[in-house]
Design a protein around this ligand. Sequence first.
Ligand code: ZN
Ligand code: ZN
Length: 127
Amino acid sequence: MSAQRIITTRSAATVHGFTRTTNHEPTAWLKNRLQLLAADLDAGHVTHCGHLNGNGAVGIIGLWAPRKAVCRDCQHLIGIQGAADRTCDRCGHHDPAGVTLSAVRPIPALIVLMGLCDACQRKEAAK
Ligand SMILES: [Zn+2]
Ligand SMILES: [Zn+2]
C-alpha cells in the first residue's frame, strides 16, 4: 500500500473540519494499526451500526474502539468521555488538556479516527 493511499484525508477534512496533510508518510505504528484493522475487517471481526450495508456510506472507526464501525450519524456510538477521551491512542499518555482528534482515510469507504497527544501528533502529521 503506497503512502498516497494510506493518507488521503480530503474527505475527512471536509466532513470534520480537519487540517489536511497530503501524502504524509505514516509511521510504522500507524501502518501497523491500519494493517491490523484491515485484517479485522477481512475476518469479519468489526461490527457496524447497521447503516453501512454497501450503500456508499463512509464508515468511521476510532482506533480506541477498532472493532466498531459507524456511519456519520452514529458517531455518538463510539464516543468516549472522561480520562479515556484525554488519553493518546498511540502512546497511552494522558493529557488533562485533551488530545487532538486526527483522521486518515486508508480507502475511500473508511475514515479512521485517533486521538493523539502533542508529541504523537507531530510524528503522524508533518507540519
Ligand atoms: Zn449508523
Ligand atoms: Zn501520544
